[in-house]
Write a protein that binds this ligand. Structure first.
Ligand code: HSE
Length: 348
């Protein structure tokens, strides 16, 4: 099967996926029977190109690396430049939209409009944007169903660590009673560094230098990023929509070096935990620092690593741990969704 894809946004994550599509071409077609053609790329800052027969991915990546634009791609017959996001979604022969724009996390835009337009035009979507899933899950899912299209968003919670698909597929048949997760790498890294004696400020600076933190780290340290992820988990795994604003949320900015050292002496650790609990059919979610005993498996997860514990009624507690960010890991989450889409299609 050949799948024509269009990138809406072409930053680091989109480029990481494009690089994977180029390097893993043989594996994708040999093992999965999937040939992916990139037909269009549109980016607010880098321009736009479209060729209905497909673009040369290596050439595309070369021009982006050299010029930081995509419309410097060599002119050739049939190549169209300058389409905006909505035109690219509506008026190209892409069957699958890879939505990786920068999203305003307050409004979820412009990603929500991109995804809606795609579904209304009978196009499937894969995305790593948290905003649309946390804020407009039910509405978008309804439109996807009406138009019989696919929506993949594995990367929204733990990038390439399958926090959404693993419980739905491998743990099918269980009722998940509680989810506890370390869902933000920046804050986990800061707390680990503070345990090593660094100040909060120095640890945050290091997290920013290492690229873990968001451009404005408020979203990390005040827990808003984890709150979005908790809302997504509640929507997707607990079938209960919770607006992020209704999730109690305290970040780590009030955790002092003394508190961290005291915890260490008491054989405990502070962790910023998202906790989603289902009781008598009601779901409650919180994001806050919790003092964990060192025997708790989540206490052992340090640095920027993420982890999530599913309390299942049949399988008992299951722990999944891995990267929660990173360009390659997040790009891989999109690839995972593309392969899954293809497997579903082949099965039908
Ligand atoms: N800033 C986020 C983190 C990136 O630290 O986990 C992934 O959402």
């Amino acid at each position: 099967m050949t799948l024509n894809i269009a990138f809406i946004g072409f930053g680091g994550v989109g480029q990481a996926l494009a690089d994977m599509l180029f390097k893993q071409k043989d594996r994708l077609s040999g093992e999965h029977g999937l040939d992916i053609k990139v037909v269009a790329v549109t980016d607010m800052m880098k321009g736009a190109i479209y060729h209905p027969d497909g673009l040369d991915i290596q050439q595309l990546l070369n021009v982006v690396h050299q010029t930081n634009r995509v419309d410097t791609y060599p002119d050739q017959s049939g190549l169209i430049k300058g389409l905006d996001s909505i035109e690219t979604i509506r008026n190209t022969n892409a069957d699958m939209i890879v939505e990786v724009t920068f999203t305003d996390v307050e409004t979820g835009q412009p990603a929500i409009d991109h995804i809606k337009t795609a579904f209304q035009n009978k196009k499937s979507v894969v995305t790593t944007n948290k905003g649309p899933v946390a804020l407009a899950y039910e509405e978008l899912l309804e439109i996807a169903k009406e138009n019989d299209v696919y929506w993949g968003f594995e990367g929204t919670v733990m990038s390439g660590t399958p926090a959404l698909r693993m419980p739905i597929t491998a743990l099918a048949g269980n009722e998940i009673k509680e989810i506890r997760g370390i869902l933000n790498g920046t804050t986990n890294y800061i707390l680990s560094e503070m345990e090593q004696g660094f100040t909060y400020e120095d640890a945050l600076q290091k997290a920013q230098n290492l690229g873990y933190a968001e451009a404005d780290p408020t979203s990390d340290v005040e827990g808003y990023d984890a709150r979005y992820k908790a809302a997504i988990l509640s929507h997707y795994l607990m079938e209960t929509p919770i607006h992020p604003k209704n999730i109690l949320c305290n970040g780590i900015s009030n955790i002092t070096g003394e508190m961290v050292q005291q915890a260490k002496q008491d054989n405990k650790r502070w962790k910023l935990l998202a906790r989603i609990t289902k009781k008598n059919g009601e779901v409650n979610a919180t994001v806050k620092p919790e003092l964990l005993d060192s025997s708790d498996p989540l206490a052992a997860v340090s640095g920027p690593t993420n982890a999530i514990m599913y309390k299942c009624d049949l399988a008992g507690p299951i722990l999944l741990t891995g990267a929660g960010a990173g360009l390659v890991e997040t790009g891989y989450a999109l690839l995972m969704d593309l392969i899954h889409y293809h497997q579903e299609k082949v099965r039908v």
